[in-house]
Design a protein around this ligand. Structure first.
Ligand code: IVH
Length: 697
């Protein structure tokens, strides 16, 4: 194929694009490729070659044009045309039965109802817009009203059509908005984590986080390297050219603008237009649905992606539209969540981990066991009360699960398996790391090490100080911190700035290059803005959001340190508990010494940085949260303050405006109210884990 004329090249390129698109469709949508990968690669390379030689022939929807353009500094916010809703959750068959009764009552007619059952894909919700058949916009769900423009990243996802396939009769919708899920397949996730581990990068906790992190990359070239996939399950809006009916789908009647009058019809339509869709089953009664749950509990293992439940949808979309929605969820759909996978293992030991504020966290060392996709060998036991409540002893056989499918948790002890050899855990009166006295303050569940120079506390403090969201000192990770503490070179974070090239060079495994890098990273961190420095100080209850508020409000380190408790509580996000913690901590000699050192060594605490774009005011921004029952490991006041720290609002009563209700042990009537209104329910242990990690829902 040497000297092609431009006309020949154009024709050949058009043919190749059609072929490639067709093969992509067969591969991604029909799951039935008709040529081997090598043949496909040949077609693709030929197209690339022609486009290289005739750049004027490149079209934006060419399969080769998935990545392009400049890296943008942030994602643009775009309002959704209609709210992007979520689903209310059910955790039992009883709740599914109640849902069907409710739908039947509301429907009012004595006709039979059909439900579609789909897997609940554990990924990231995405809304795509097509104009005249071409992909024009890709948005994240955001808060449901406004999303982030991730068009350039979505384009890199191979299974997302850049242009729609024609419907029979050669028509293409003039306007189309669809909703689906971007996800990582289980084995792609495992491979990605292996690669990251080999490169010394942090691994992702689960495929969902990995998919979200990948899609929200500012540089689409990074997204393109991640093996993201997508499935689509909802036609949000559709308009045919000149209102012409395709005849394919029943007359929409009142369902304005949609020829897809049923869920099944919508899925078929999506497939015809070139979108990969999830497999689904149907059910026409509660018994049917209960059988579906059992079937999908098995089927989920065979799916290439993670599912945490199934989605039950009324097939009749017109009826669904009439039923409307409560709060954030349509009345005609329900997510049934599978119970978390539980496995049996044994407690080999219970050890204490010392946190940066001196809190001693008991951790169970377990016989390694695989659960929900990874091997687990330790699980937090939270505190003394929980160990006592569950009566966990060293040597016990226990049931283990992952809370929120992420954090390993001991559910219960299998007491029947006790042999009498088990040993109760006794809380020491001395810190295992430094030998200082251990105390449990009144009103607190945690024991604390009172040592002022506890090496374990110091280690955690230093790791936090250097971490990405704090002073961001690259190269100062746990291993280097351990070596520095061991060598006695660093007694507090201030000493980091006095380290010399010789000091670092003398540490194990430090070469010339890594030493230079670390020295310059330390030097650069002197310029970090005030908010990061406040966060880096590691004051209890002062998280990232609070640090930015404090920096915005006071403008300088000195003004922050001089503020009275009254002044502190005037700052958004700062409650009396946090204010009290700030005052206590800055009065400690170790803190005054640290601050003096930081100043002496030229840490500037400038005020230039605005809040990070990601989750600007925190992941719970705009959400109203109600808490009922006890939250493990926190007092009610602490739990409420955590919500505020993460940008949410706490309310004492459940209403339609409530975003979700946190339900702990001994919940009150708020739970019934939440169920009645179909408000999202979050188990307290999931909530506790999420807020501790600064996550939302
Ligand atoms: S339907 C109006 N179907 O689960 C609600 N959602 O809250 C439309 N999800 O954020 C959602 N798989 O991102 C639907 N087959 C599926 C789904 C699915 C995953 C996600 C969706 C939503 C969350 C439920």
């Amino acid at each position: 194929m040497s000297a092609l004329s431009e006309k020949e090249a154009r024709e050949r390129a058009e043919w190749l694009r059609r072929e490639i698109r067709e093969h992509q469709y067969r591969y991604y949508v029909l799951d039935a490729p008709t040529i081997p990968d090598s043949e496909y690669d040949k077609l693709y390379r030929e197209l690339e070659d022609i486009e290289r030689r005739f750049p004027s022939l490149v079209t934006p929807d060419s399969p080769t044009q998935r990545v392009g353009g400049e890296v943008s500094p942030a994602f643009r916010s775009v309002p959704h045309r209609t709210p992007v809703l979520s689903l209310s959750n059910a955790f039992s068959e009883g709740e599914v039965a109640a849902f069907v009764r409710r739908v039947a009552d509301l429907a009012g007619e004595k006709r039979s109802l059909t439900f579609v059952v789909e897997p609940k894909i554990d990924g990231l919700s995405i809304v795509l817009r097509y104009e005249s058949g071409f992909l024009s916009l890709g948005l994240t769900r955001g808060d449901g009203l406004t999303g982030e423009d991730v068009t350039r990243n979505v384009r890199t996802v191979a299974s997302v059509p850049l242009r729609l396939r024609e419907l029979p009769g050669g028509v293409v919708p003039e306007f189309l908005e669809v909703r689906g899920e971007v996800y990582l397949a289980k084995d792609d996730f495992a491979r990605l984590n292996e690669e990251r581990e080999a490169e010394g990068l942090p691994t992702f906790a689960n495929p969902r986080n990995a998919a979200a992190g990948s899609l929200r990359q500012l540089d689409p070239r990074v997204t393109a390297k991640r093996p993201l996939r997508a499935l689509f399950y909802e036609v949000r809006e559709i308009a045919m050219p000149g209102n012409s009916q395709t005849g394919l789908f029943p007359d929409p009647g009142e369902l304005s603008g949609s020829p897809a009058a049923t869920e099944i019809g919508s899925l078929e339509l999506l497939k015809t237009l070139g979108f990969p869709v999830p497999t689904y089953t149907t059910a026409t009664s509660v018994d049917d649905l209960v059988a579906s749950i059992a079937r999908w509990s098995e089927l989920r293992r065979t799916l290439p992606y993670d599912t945490d439940g199934i989605v039950i949808k009324l097939d009749d979309r017109e009826l669904a539209r009439r039923l409307g929605s409560t709060g954030h969820s349509p009345r005609a759909s329900l997510a049934y969540k599978f119970p978390p996978e539980q496995v049996e293992t044994r407690v080999l030991d219970i050890i204490l981990q010392v946190g940066r504020t001196g809190v001693l966290t008991p951790t169970a060392i377990l016989e390694p066991v695989r659960v929900a996709g990874s091997t687990v060998s330790r699980a937090t036991l939270h505190n003394e009360d929980i160990i006592r409540e569950k009566d966990v002893r060293i040597g016990d056989a226990v049931i283990l699960q992952k809370a929120g499918d992420v954090i390993p948790e001991v559910v219960s002890v299998i007491k029947e398996k006790r042999t009498g050899e088990e040993r109760e855990f006794h809380w020491p009166d001395k810190c295992p790391a430094c030998g200082s006295e251990v105390v449990r303050f009144p009103g607190e569940v945690a024991y604390r090490c009172t040592g002022m120079s506890c090496p374990a506390q110091l280690r955690e403090k230093l790791i936090h100080f250097a971490s990405r969201d704090a002073m961001d000192i690259r190269g100062l990770g746990p291993a280097v911190v351990d070596a520095l503490v061991e060598a006695g070179l660093v007694k507090d974070a201030g000493d980091i700035y006095a380290l010399t090239v010789e000091d670092i060079r003398a540490l194990p495994r430090q070469g010339e290059k890594s030493t230079d890098k670390l020295i310059s990273a330390i030097h650069e961190s002197r310029e970090r803005p005030l908010a990061r420095l406040i966060f880096a100080l590691g004051i209890r209850h002062v998280g990232q959001a609070a640090s930015y508020s404090l920096a915005d409000h006071f403008g300088s380190l000195d003004a922050f340190l001089a503020a009275t408790p009254e002044e502190l509580t005037k700052v958004p996000d700062i409650g009396p508990l946090t204010a009290d913690s700030i005052v206590r901590s800055r009065n400690q000699p170790s803190m005054t010494e640290l601050i003096a050192k930081l100043k002496r060594y030229g840490v500037k605490a400038a005020v230039s940085e605005s809040r990070p774009a990601v989750g600007a005011k925190g992941p719970l921004e705009g959400q109203t949260v109600v808490i009922t029952g006890s939250v493990p490991g926190m007092t009610r006041q602490e739990a409420e303050e955590k919500v505020r720290e993460l940008g949410g609002t706490v309310s004492s009563s459940v209403s339609r405006k409530t975003s979700f209700v946190v339900v702990g042990d001994n919940p009150g009537s708020k739970l019934d109210k939440a169920r009645e209104l179909g408000i999202r329910i979050i188990p307290a242990h999931e909530f506790a884990q999420a807020v501790k990690q600064g996550r939302g829902f």
